[in-house]
Write a protein that binds this ligand. Structure first.
Ligand code: C2E
Ligand code: MG
Ligand code: MG
Ligand code: MG
Length: 290
C-alpha cells in the first residue's frame, strides 16, 4: 500500500509519464467497453507471390476520447490482469465474425479465406468460451473454417483443460494458429499434440533476414530458424505465415525459404474495416473490367 502510494506520487509528480497507464487503466477499460470505445483494425495476410489477400488479422484498438488511439500493448496486459480480457475478447471475436461475414456477403466467397482474432489464455479458461465461439459463428452465419483463432505458445502450453478446449474448437471446424512462433517455450512435441492449422513465424526471425553479408551470424541464425520452422510445418501439414515483413527483400527471401504467405507493414498496415472494404471494392472493379 505504502509503496503503491509512493509510486503514485512519483508519477503524479510528473516525470514525463502522463497521467497514467498503470494507475488508470483498470476501471477505465470496463467503462471503455461499456461505452463502445474499442474498435478493430484489420491487417491483411497476403500471398507472397502475387499479393492476393488471403486473410485478415483483427487487432484491437482503444479509441480513448482523451488520448486518441491507444495500442493494445498498453492495455492488453491490464485487461489480462483484471480479467476484462474475457468480455473484451468476446467482443473482439463477435465483431470479427460480423465483419468477415459482411465482407463475404458483399464481395463473395473469394474475397478472403479467413479472419483471425487473437485469443488470450484467460479466455481459454472461461467455461463459456467454446459456446461463445459457436454462437458468434452461428449468429453471423460465418462458416467455422473461415475463423482462425490466434493463440500464443504460452497459452497453449498451460494445462490439460486448455488442451480439451482446443480439441473441441478443432472438432467444430475452427482453425487454430500458433502466434509469435519461436519466441515462447516452444517444443516440437507441442506442435504435434496441438491441433494447430497454422504457425506464425515471429517477426524477430524476419527482422534482418534479408541481410547476408558474410560475418553477420545473426542473419544466418534467423534464416536457419525460419527454414527449420517452414520445413517442420510442411512435414506436419501445417500452413505458415511469416510476420512483420517490412520490405520486399524480406518477402523475396522468405519466399525462397518456402513461405508462401506473409503479413507486415510492407504488405499492408493494420487499417480500419472501411479501408479494406474500399480495397476489396477496387479489386472487384478491376476484376470486372478485365
Ligand atoms: P500479434 O498478434 O503478434 O500482432 C501483430 C502485431 O505486429 C500487431 O501489433 C501489428 O500491428 C504488428 N505488426 C504487423 N506487421 C508489422 C511490421 O511489419 N512491423 C512492425 N514493427 N509491426 C508489425 P499491435 O496491433 O500493436 O498488436 C500487438 C499485440 O497485441 C498483438 O500481437 C497481440 O498479441 C495483442 N493483441 C492485439 N489485439 C488483440 C486482441 O484483440 N486480443 C488479445 N488477446 N490480444 C491482442
Ligand atoms: Mg496475432
Ligand atoms: Mg503475431
Ligand atoms: Mg508477433
Amino acid at each position: 500500500k505504502e509503496r503503491g502510494r509512493a509510486n503514485w506520487v512519483h508519477y503524479a509528480d510528473g516525470m514525463e509519464r502522463p497521467a497514467s497507464a498503470h494507475v488508470r487503466l483498470g476501471g477505465d477499460l470496463r467503462r471503455a467497453l461499456d461505452n463502445g470505445e474499442f474498435r478493430l483494425f484489420y491487417q491483411p495476410i497476403v500471398a507472397l507471390a502475387g499479393g492476393r489477400i488471403v486473410g485478415v488479422e483483427a487487432l484491437v484498438r482503444w479509441e480513448d476520447p482523451e488520448r486518441g488511439l491507444v495500442s493494445p500493448a498498453e492495455f492488453i496486459p491490464a485487461a489480462e490482469r483484471t480479467g476484462l480480457i474475457v468480455p473484451l475478447g468476446r467482443w473482439v471475436l463477435r465483431e470479427t465474425c460480423r465483419q468477415a461475414a459482411a465482407w463475404l456477403a458483399e464481395f463473395g466467397p473469394d474475397v478472403l479465406e479467413k479472419a483471425a482474432p487473437n485469443v488470450s489464455v484467460r479466455q481459454l479458461h472461461d467455461p463459456d468460451f467454446v459456446a461463445d465461439v459457436a454462437a458468434a459463428l452461428a449468429d453471423h452465419g460465418l462458416p467455422p473454417a473461415r475463423l482462425v483463432l490466434e493463440l500464443t505458445e504460452s497459452a497453449v502450453l498451460r494445462g490439460h483443460q486448455v488442451s480439451e478446449v482446443l480439441h473441441e474448437l478443432h472438432a467444430m471446424g475452427v482453425r487454430l494458429a500458433l502466434d509469435d512462433f519461436g519466441t515462447g517455450e516452444s517444443s516440437l512435441s507441442l506442435l504435434r499434440a496441438f491441433p494447430a492449422a497454422i504457425v506464425k513465424l515471429d517477426k524477430s526471425f524476419v527482422d534482418g533476414i534479408e541481410l547476408d553479408d558474410p560475418g553477420t551470424p545473426a542473419a544466418d541464425a534467423r534464416q536457419a530458424v525460419a527454414r527449420a520452422v517452414v520445413q517442420l510445418a510442411d512435414a506436419l501439414g501445417l500452413d505458415t505465415v511469416a510476420e512483420g515483413i517490412e520490405n520486399q527483400e524480406q518477402a523475396d527471401r522468405l519466399l525462397r525459404l518456402g513461405y508462401t504467405v506473409g503479413q507486415g507493414y510492407h504488405l499492408g498496415r493494420p487499417m480500419p474495416a472501411e479501408k479494406l472494404t474500399e480495397i476489396f471494392a477496387a479489386r472487384q472493379r478491376v476484376a470486372a473490367a478485365a
